[in-house]
Design a protein around this ligand. Structure first.
Ligand SMILES: Cc1cc2nc3c(=O)[nH]c(=O)nc-3n(C[C@H](O)[C@H](O)[C@H](O)COP(=O)(O)OP(=O)(O)OC[C@H]3O[C@@H](n4cnc5c(N)ncnc54)[C@H](O)[C@@H]3O)c2cc1C
Length: 454
């Protein structure tokens, strides 16, 4: 065989392997080929990468951001206090796989408790015994109403269930405020979905771990660092297209082209729903249907740092009953847990989305107005702040997924199902039993790695 024939034969083999339409080849660039490529260096992607690498697989992770961790994001802006802008807590330490990782990382953890809390009414007064009892009665009515709704044939939104309940109660402003406080504090802050959208049948279909909630003294970054150790991760690679029509799967990013025999997609539900990544061919109906039915919720954070602590320093949670639904309902104090004059205010669901359009200044002014109602006009201005906007984040489009009316938990299994032994899926939204959490994301990554190895 002469040299020219050999070259054309080699070219033909390459064309067969990578297809004839390779953009990189057309542009004279190299296609980077690996047996396994993982898209997304969040907790799911890192978990899968670590598992696969431990089994001797050659893994490459492509990440759009210039950092690793995704919705685990510890800010180092305040050098002396690393703070989490994404997930904060290991929710329920008992048998939680993140506990094992935290042990491995020898990470210092701090327990916080919902029992160490104070509730303030809309005038900023600490709740009286009478208000506490009234609130407890309403909570129990809400629980009962939701329980009955879960047994009803027809699904209804949590808001519809509460509206029906409200019609049976004395009509007054206080009852409305208290009901909204219960929905916001106990449901919307946890599931991040709006009560108008959350399915009463399925909103709490997730399982949970027992034990206390702990946060990391140095932030969730310790887990990101542990899992990424030794992994090959290319950041700044915004995936635009995944062509899984044949093997190898081809991935086009803003920087180049990649090919792999197996590809694990850990893109957030928000990114998949937005259609920012084109799948060729389109994903099958079961997956697109799951994508259109499941939704991303919003939980936004506003950290305020003060020169001194002016609130009770022995509690973890400050709760406020606002006149406007969802406005600054929940606050975490870092005074006891981290000995720092820092408050973290949350806005979830509709309210969380609404404030993303505000300027930082407007958000801080609004937060301070609430704190002045609670602690008086003499409190100092914050010395600094940190604010999140997860709904507008193009690599998340939301905080975490929830089950709205019209969805079903099995849709998460549809999202998780591999395609043609070459395209695999992980990420918190693919986890039927522990969706919306960091441990759910981790477990989904481990599950996908097992699927890929089998
Ligand atoms: C404000 C907030 C608070 C939370 N609090 C808690 C908590 O206290 N406890 C808890 O258990 N959970 C909490 N969670 C949920 C938890 O953070 C998530 O469930 C988990 O981190 C999701 O991990 P993941 O790997 O599925 O997704 P991600 O971490 O989002 O990873 C996906 C990765 O894909 C990347 N990506 C996106 N688009 C592209 C693209 N086109 N090309 C390449 N890469 C792309 C992203 O940048 C990201 O790194 C919270 C989340 C938020 C936002």
């Amino acid at each position: 065989m002469d040299r020219r024939t050999l070259i054309s034969l080699f070219a033909a083999v390459l064309a067969g392997r990578f297809g004839t339409r390779s953009l990189a080849a057309e542009a004279g660039r190299d296609v980077v080929k690996r047996p396994v490529i993982i898209i997304g260096a969040g907790l799911a992607g890192l978990a899968a990468g670590r598992e696969l690498q431990e089994q001797g697989q050659d893994v490459l992770i492509l990440e759009a951001r210039d950092r690793v961790g995704g919705r685990l994001w510890t800010s180092q802006k305040w050098k002396d206090v690393p703070l989490d802008l994404g997930a904060t807590w290991i929710h329920g330490v008992t048998e939680n796989p993140l506990t094992e990782l935290a042990e491995e990382a020898e990470a210092q953890r701090i327990e916080t408790s919902y029992d160490r809390n104070i509730v303030y009414d809309s005038n900023g007064q600490e709740q009286t015994k009478e208000l506490e009892e009234r609130l407890e009665q309403l909570r129990s009515k809400v629980r009962q109403a939701l329980k009955s709704a879960q047994n009803a044939d027809q699904d209804a939104s949590i808001r519809d269930v509460i509206d029906t309940l409200q019609r049976q109660l004395p009509v007054n402003e206080i009852t409305r405020q208290l009901l909204n406080f219960v929905i916001s504090g106990e449901i919307e802050q946890e599931y991040a979905g709006s009560a108008r959208r959350l399915s009463s049948h399925w909103y709490d279909s997730a399982k949970s771990f027992g034990g206390e909630d702990v946060l990391f003294a140095k932030g969730f970054q310790v887990i990101v660092d542990l899992l990424s150790e030794g992994l090959t991760i290319r950041t700044g690679q915004v995936v635009k297209q995944i062509d899984w029509s044949s093997s190898p799967v081809r991935i086009i990013t803003n920087q180049g082209e990649y090919a792999a025999d197996q590809v694990l997609v850990t893109l957030p539900l928000g990114v998949l729903k937005a259609g920012s990544v084109e799948f060729k061919p389109q994903l099958p109906h079961k997956k697109t249907s799951a994508l259109s039915h499941l939704e991303m919720g919003i939980l936004n954070k506003c950290y305020l740092r003060f020169s001194k602590v002016f609130w009770p320093d022995d509690i973890d949670w400050l709760e406020y009953i606002p006149s406007k639904h969802g406005a600054w309902t929940e606050w975490v104090s870092f005074a006891r847990a981290a000995n720092q004059p820092i408050l973290l205010g949350f806005n979830a669901a509709d309210r969380g989305r609404e404030i993303e359009a505000w300027t930082d200044r407007e958000i801080v002014v609004s937060a301070m107005q609430t704190l002045r109602i609670m602690f008086g006009n003499a409190i100092p201005e914050p010395v600094d702040f940190q604010i999140t906007r997860w709904a507008s984040d193009p690599f998340a489009f939301g905080s975490y997924s929830f089950n709205p009316v019209g969805s079903h938990p099995r849709m998460r299994c549809h999202l998780a199902q591999p395609l043609g032994e070459r395209l695999y899926f992980a990420g918190e939204a693919t986890e039927q039993e522990y969706f919306g959490t960091a441990h759910g994301a981790y477990m989904s990554g481990v599950r996908a790695a097992e699927e890929m190895m089998s």
